[in-house]
Design a protein. Sequence first.
Length: 217
Amino acid sequence: MIDFAVKVLLAYLIGSVLGSMVVGRLRGGVDIRSMGSGNPGGTNALRTQGKAFAAAVMLIDVGKGWLASAVLPPLSLPAIPRAVPPIAAWLPVACATAVIVGHVYPVFYGLRGGKGVATFLGAVLGLLPWLVVPLLLMWLLIAVLSGFVSVASIATAVSLPVFLWVGEVQPRAPLLAFGLFVAVFVALTHRANFVRLRRGTEPRARRLWLFGRRGPR
């Protein structure tokens, strides 16, 4: 149990390292939490700082999800016995869960973090690499058809437990529990987006939106 608890805590701390804050510090102290939507995630980074900045943010946020779910669980910690079955079967998904929670509620930044989508995709990359491609394709399709990044993100997260159920993945119970957590948690992190969607004030990603393209004059 000590191995389990220590690794879950480390995963949370890894999640608390926000890509936007790291890149912003390297760029001279840029804090995108005071710009645009105020969200320290990839979408706001793209809108306020450009493609290169956003790409670096996404690389860090996806990378830490993969690190926590794929690299951290099998590590041998000095003087700490490894977790044994059946507890060990839950360790990768527990670390994946903790890294997402850390991104949304980062201890290093006053519990004010992002919405967890990039980190959730990184965690899935570590747990089930084959699933990342269909999830990304779903996200892109919905973003192009709706023009809303938030709708694409929510739908992708909600689809995760469906993919896991249909795919009959193993270990089944831990992975399905993780999928259900992601679906609910990511939806909750987009509460403000739901309100703006209902009011008709949610901004569209017009560069992605298929129906937002202007035809020739």
